[in-house]
Design a protein around this ligand. Structure first.
Ligand SMILES: Nc1ncnc2c1ncn2[C@@H]1O[C@H](COP(=O)(O)OP(=O)(O)O)[C@@H](O)[C@H]1O
Ligand code: SF4
Ligand SMILES: [Mg+2]
Length: 315
């Protein structure tokens, strides 16, 4: 069953430099129980898309449906019951946890706001349960965020997302700020919690190695648009879009201890995206057609891909 359906979503920011088309017509779905990865270079619009789904930035156009119900553009009051079902885990747990609040309040206040639990004792029990679920000691409730390590703080960020028992959790680079050894612990925890809490995830990351380990299906974004999506193994085995291929080839090779540089040049500005295929200035396969005609997303070999010459990857 389709839990989340995003259709032709756009978020444009008017700025002094011009209109920033951070998200420019994105469609994707998350089925119940599924983990969908959303990848692309820094600045391609992943966080804006995540926030637009949650109503944290304005939606310029398009639709966001949760189990069929439109939630884009809802008022704060109308959005409140939706927030209970749709939660977010942020990259920087410290920045998103109020340093003056005890953990028991960080976790307990959302319960009170949403009217969950039969009273204070019941809410304390729910806080204790969720702390145990994320592997923190019970006395963590009586401490402040700064008393915890980075990995523990992300456990608190996860607890805060889960205390409301949501259906869908949007995770925005949840391990990118953590040491490698801690990253694996947190990812393992998130896999376990998915089963325990019956969650679906939209998992945002610039790091393909994380996405490969963690997701069922991957959506690749470039300059505010989707360029390819496919089941995770299919995408890694046979990337059809030259950008996806470049991202995969850029994953650090442990044998050489450095990343292979395959992507030429920088991500262009979303204020002034290249004509035709936005990837053409960096694409080794670009032809005249690519410089003038924007490729539409189309189904091919179980993928969805926006490239005039995607068939070349199959040859
Ligand atoms: N509030 C904003 N106002 C203007 N531009 C923004 C705003 N938020 C993000 N952007 C721009 O939108 C683009 C996408 O940003 P973001 O969604 O943060 O990308 P990502 O998460 O993939 O790194 C970037 O060019 C960024 O500078
Ligand atoms: S449409 Fe052309 S420029 Fe764009 S990715 Fe495909 S081959 Fe490269
Ligand atoms: Mg981001």
């Amino acid at each position: 069953m389709t839990l989340l359906a995003v259709d032709d979503l756009a978020t444009h920011f008017p700025t002094r430099r011009g209109l920033v088309r951070a998200v420019d017509g994105v469609s994707l779905t998350v089925e119940r129980g599924e983990t969908v990865g959303l990848v692309g270079e820094s600045g391609c619009g992943k966080s804006t898309l995540a926030k637009a789904i949650l109503g944290l930035v304005p939606v310029t156009a398009g639709s966001v449906r949760l189990e069929g119900r439109e939630i884009a553009g809802l008022s704060d009051a109308a959005m409140r019951p939706v927030r209970r079902r749709l939660q977010m885990i942020f990259q920087d747990p410290y920045g998103s946890l109020n340093p003056r609040h005890l953990i028991r309040d960080i976790l307990g206040v959302p319960l009170a706001v949403h009217g969950i639990g039969t009273g204070a004792a019941d809410r304390r029990a729910r806080v204790a349960d969720v702390l145990a679920a994320v592997g923190l000691p019970a006395d963590a409730a009586n401490r402040y965020p700064h008393e915890f390590s980075g990995g523990q703080r992300q456990r608190i960020g996860i607890a805060r997302a889960l205390v409301l028992r949501p259906d869908l959790v949007i995770c925005d680079e949840p391990v990118s700020a953590l040491d490698l050894s801690i990253q694996a612990q947190i990812l393992n925890l998130m896999v376990r919690l998915k089963e325990e809490f019956g969650l679906s995830y939209l998992f945002v990351s610039h790091d393909l190695s994380v996405v490969r380990y963690f997701t069922d299906r991957v959506v690749v974004m470039y300059l505010g648009r989707i360029v390819e999506s496919a089941a995770v193994e299919r995408l890694f085995q046979t990337p059809l879009h030259p950008y996806t291929r470049a991202l995969i080839d850029a994953v650090p090779d442990p044998a050489r201890r450095r990343s292979v540089t395959v992507l030429q040049g920088d991500l262009p500005s979303p204020v002034d995206a290249p004509k035709g295929c936005a990837f053409h200035p960096r694409c080794p396969l670009a032809t005249d057609r690519c410089r003038t005609e924007r490729p539409a997303l189309r189904p091919l070999e179980g993928h969805t891909v926006a490239c005039h010459h995607a068939e070349q990857a199959l040859a």
